[in-house]
Design a binder for this molecule. Structure first.
Ligand code: LRH
Ligand code: MN
Length: 433
């Protein structure tokens, strides 16, 4: 019996018996309550099952900070092992059928083999990510002073060639989008031309955009700072939107939740981008201060709900260009990476389910009549509904777990992988940190 079926064997077990009966009771009670409020529980389960999110290949090994990294056990050492872990997260949640690759961190000699592994594991590939924020061994020219914004045409050419290679990898594995996050920026006033750097980025992206297959999208990802600490070329949603508008209809903005200064209203940015058909996708995570890459919903769950409220509303209104790519982007420094991703998918399913419970007609009425309290209560009514039985049922009907984290723990998967994947020798830390 191979690892996956042995694990599946144990995966099912913990849900049997008590947990199962408790879940059925809780779901029946919630379904009855929701029916009483005019909802159809079956329709809600189906709606939650339509929610899918892509997993970041770079989040399956323990992350770190510049101050250190505390490696875990049984961590993936190869793309195949990352895909195995991704398949398990999908197995337990039924909602994470794709992995997002990062090149060259996930560069593979044999892409046919990668495709065969994906088929065997029952997962696919979402947007592929480029990387011009690190110099690779043997790289001719450095990105120290930028990539697409670099004053040197030769460095810009090198960066464009890298993106063309990333597109080829994406085409080979079946991706339909390219995510471009640029670390380009400056640390001191005067170091970089603030307009010239942006113009150079736009020109380079136009060449990359033109090289993409017709059915691909390009996502531009903004970030206020780090590693640049004075000016980042694509610093905010406005800069990202200017680029996406300059490039063309298949260019849209990607919102990484951690890429906003404290107290910035992210759901407002989401509404603005939705309003002009330029909301391409998300990197879900959470943060208290900076780009902390913490588990989504762990710090600001109400903000996550308000973002999903804007998304569900836009979906219901069939807003032009509404086709958001949902992806996670986290770094797990303390938690078991798989457990943290299982928590994340559950938090996203819950935020989505709560947003599906907003009475949009009533909300519009209260907004039109200026009834501030009743408008707020209409949102809070949905947010304060315990939807855990609903998302658990959506998973259970897909063969997933009522409680994925507990099922994972009971499965012994990590212990098994610790045996199969002896830790890399000291100093052999993965290159992507
Ligand atoms: C930059 C970022 C970007 C990825 C990287 C791993 O902070 O959010 O999306 O390329 O993290
Ligand atoms: Mn990101």
């Amino acid at each position: 019996m191979d690892a996956m079926s042995a694990t599946s064997e144990r995966l099912a077990a913990p849900d049997a018996g008590h947990a199962e009966r408790a879940h059925e009771r809780d779901f029946a009670a919630l379904a009855e309550r929701l029916e009483g409020e005019g909802f159809t529980a079956e329709a809600l389960v189906a709606e939650v099952q339509r929610f899918e999110v892509a997993l970041p290949s770079w989040a399956f090994a323990t992350g770190g900070t510049r101050f250190g990294r505390f490696s875990g056990v049984g961590e993936p050492r190869t793309l195949r092992e990352k895909m195995e872990d991704a398949a398990l997260v999908h197995r337990l949640t039924g909602a994470a059928p794709r992995i997002s690759l990062h090149i060259p961190w996930d560069a593979a000699r044999d892409l046919d083999e990668v495709r065969a592994d994906a088929r065997r594991l029952g997962i696919g590939f979402d947007a592929v990510n480029s990387n011009t924020f690190q110099d690779q061994p043997g790289q001719a020219l450095s990105y120290k002073l930028g990539s697409f914004s670099n004053p040197s045409a030769a460095v810009r050419r090198q960066a464009i060639e890298h993106h063309l290679q990333v597109i080829e990898v994406g085409k080979a594995v079946g991706s339909k989008a390219l995510t471009v996050w640029l670390a380009d920026g400056s640390n001191y006033p005067g170091q970089m031309s603030l307009r010239g750097s942006f113009d150079r980025v736009r020109e380079c992206l136009q060449e990359v955009y033109a090289a993409m297959p017709e059915d691909w999208r390009l996502f531009t990802e903004h970030k206020p700072y780090e590693p640049a600490f004075y000016a980042t070329v694509v610093q905010d949603w406005g800069s990202s939107l200017l680029l996406a508008q300059a490039l063309g209809p298949r260019a849209q903005c990607l919102v990484d939740l951690g890429h906003h200064l404290p107290s910035v209203n992210i759901e407002l940015i989401v509404a603005r981008l939705l309003g002009v058909g330029k909301l391409g996708g998300f990197h879900f995570n959470d943060s208290k201060y900076g780009d902390d890459d913490l588990t989504a919903g762990s710090i600001k769950p109400y903000v996550l709900f308000l973002i999903f409220h804007e998304l569900v509303l836009a979906g219901r209104e069939r807003l032009p260009g509404f086709d958001p790519a949902y992806m996670i982007d986290q770094s797990h420094n303390l938690k078991d990476p798989i457990e943290a991703l299982l928590q994340t998918v559950d938090q996203l399913q819950q935020a989505y389910a709560k947003a599906c419970l907003v009475d949009h007609a009533r909300l519009a009425e209260h907004q039109a009549s200026g009834d501030v309290i009743m408008a707020e209560r209409t949102l809070k009514q949905a947010y304060e509904t315990d939807v855990r039985p609903l998302v658990a049922e959506a998973r259970r009907r897909r063969g997933g777990a009522v409680d994925p984290v507990l099922a994972f723990r009971a499965s012994g998967y990590r212990a098994q992988k610790t045996v199969e994947r002896p830790a890399a020798p000291p100093g052999g830390a993965p290159t992507h940190l």
